[in-house]
Design a protein around this ligand. Sequence first.
Ligand code: C2E
Ligand code: CA
Ligand code: CA
Length: 397
Amino acid sequence: MNLVNRTKRQIFEPGDIIMRQGAVGDNAYLIEDGQVEIFVTVNGQEQILGRRGIGAIVGEMAIVDNKLRTANVRAIAPSTLLAISREDFGRRLAHADPVMKMVMQVILARYRAVLHGTDAALESAEEAEKAGNVSQKAFETIRMTHDFREAILGYQLRLHYQPIIEMVTNKVLGFEALMRWHHPVKGMVSPATFIPLAEDSGLIVHASRWALREGVYMLNRLRVEHGLSEDYFISLNFTGLDLSAEDFADNVSESLQGTGVSPSRIKLEITERMLIDDPEGAISTLNRCRDAGLTVALDDFGTGYSSLSYLHRFPIDTMKIDRSFIVEMVTNPASLTLVKAIISLAKGLGMTVVAEGVENETEAEILRTNNCDMVQGYLFARPMAEPDLVLWLNNRD
Ligand code: C2E
Ligand code: CA
Ligand code: CA
């Protein structure tokens, strides 16, 4: 299937308008020869957006959706353009490899989202789905990503808080903040579903910033509204994308300013994956965070990418042993050996240790005997909404 056979070749002279802002567009154009200028007209004034030359494509959005042209294109040299119609594009896409097809649709939808807001992205995905150009799964991903953006703006996100308890004193030291999404139609959506979507779309950065502010306000409310005087810490989950933002450390500090919450009460939960993906970036960001007084916890320790050689290079205060080890240590002596080794490794490096997902007394007892500092799990409390947390804390006293 040769591109030229299925497309129309058109010739334009300098000054010829190839497409007009506001017009209906049925074709994209591949510039085979010559040069064109893209411009918009604002209050009667022409504003040049850029030039495109041989090999470039212009007007491609028209073949993704049925929207009107958003700019004018004019030839500025004798130009030969190949017109690619929407039908032709759709036909090619329909015959493309399914993975290719999905990637293409997602890229195009995002491109639209960047330029025109996400409703257009969703509409184009809906059209693509109707035309059979996009798989149900890809469509669902686009829809949920669209919905998640609304969730951030529309107060559909909540934090639940799971207490973290000191073993020797049985005191609550702090809470892990876990995000919840109450979808208007689907109800509760699990973070296992929406966090990956939020990461892929970059929306996680907004969600994390919201969570940080919300968590800080909650700490304040515990004292001011609920009369709880303890200086609890809050542990918040961050992704590699959050950490790689240039202003990550500054943003955290800014979020605390004027709130009366000391940085030492904020723990950043990060994963090994993030340390391995960009070690130098992570070291410098985490050092800035530590300089600002924040503490860092290494989450899900022992799953996946553990490399002992890097551990001491990072400013980590707390190690969280993944639940999978805790579940297994009761029945599997090898897992118990690992848990003991992780505790002594962490302590040898001057870190405190949290065991995650502690569900029964047997597990708690083993951890106590092996000097684990803190525990978190259903045995003590599930993640709770703020009012339930307050009740739970008051009942404990
Ligand atoms: P995680 O950071 O490892 O969080 C601990 C998860 O274990 C939570 O699941 C918690 O509800 C669950 N859990 C706690 N104790 C027990 C227990 O005793 N037994 C069992 N079976 N589970 C227990 P959740 O809230 O569904 O969150 C799942 C994951 O989603 C989190 O794993 C974290 O990776 C991610 N996540 C949640 N909230 C956020 C967030 O605000 N930001 C980011 N980036 N990720 C988040
Ligand atoms: Ca966590
Ligand atoms: Ca974890």
